[in-house]
Design a protein around this ligand. Structure first.
Ligand code: IMP
Ligand code: MG
Length: 177
């Protein structure tokens, strides 16, 4: 199967990403000093970000994975969200840090935070690599943001287009022909 042909422009290069991820790791380590963390990595898009981020967090931590799907087409998400893979480790009484790729309308994170709170964590915070703040439709606090970006469709560094391009080291924006 071949990747769909796209025209790409680098938005955030790998060196800039690495520097920001290290900063986020330091900030998170300070905030959770003396605590242990439960990292909830949202598949598939956040796996590269989470893998880099956890190596900059200086606290004892456990990692688990959840996969969420929003009903919609390839480039636009809709308001309805479902869990297609749930976490396996219990997080009751834990400081949960959700590690997400992009917060766009906010529906996905709003759904997840409400859902996780049912299981009585000690706290729930969100760390998003990218924030498309201008597209927010529902209020959700994003505690740690890598970069705030505009509303173009981005891929690379874990993010896909039709399941391809997750392996790109830079975050690129798709240019419409
Ligand atoms: P929300 O529910 O609208 O906030 O949707 C967030 C989800 O939409 C993210 O987890 C991504 O999977 C997806 N998404 C939004 N914008 C992009 C993009 O530019 N590239 C890839 N995925 C995106
Ligand atoms: Mg996603």
């Amino acid at each position: 199967m071949k990747p769909p042909a796209v025209k790409l422009k680098t938005l955030i290069d790998s060196e800039t990403l690495a520097r920001r991820v290290a900063e986020l790791g330091r900030e998170i380590s300070e905030d959770y000093k003396g605590e242990s963390l439960y990292i909830c990595c949202i598949l598939k898009g956040a796996f590269v970000f989470a893998a880099d981020l956890i190596r900059h967090i200086d606290c004892p931590l456990r990692v688990d994975f959840m996969r969420l799907a929003s009903y919609g087409n390839a480039t636009e998400s809709r308001g309805k969200v479902k869990i297609t893979k749930d976490v396996e480790l219990s997080f009751e009484g834990c400081h949960v840090l959700i590690v997400e790729d992009i917060v766009d309308t906010g529906y996905t994170m709003k759904f997840l935070v409400d859902r996780l709170k049912l299981h009585k964590p000690k706290s729930v915070r969100i760390c998003a690599m990218l924030d498309k703040r201008s597209r927010r439709e529902i209020d959700v606090p994003v505690d740690y943001v890598g970069f705030t970006i505009g509303d173009g469709f981005v891929l690379g560094y874990g993010l896909d287009y039709a399941e391809f391009y997750r392996d790109l080291s830079d975050i690129c924006v798709m240019e419409t022909p």
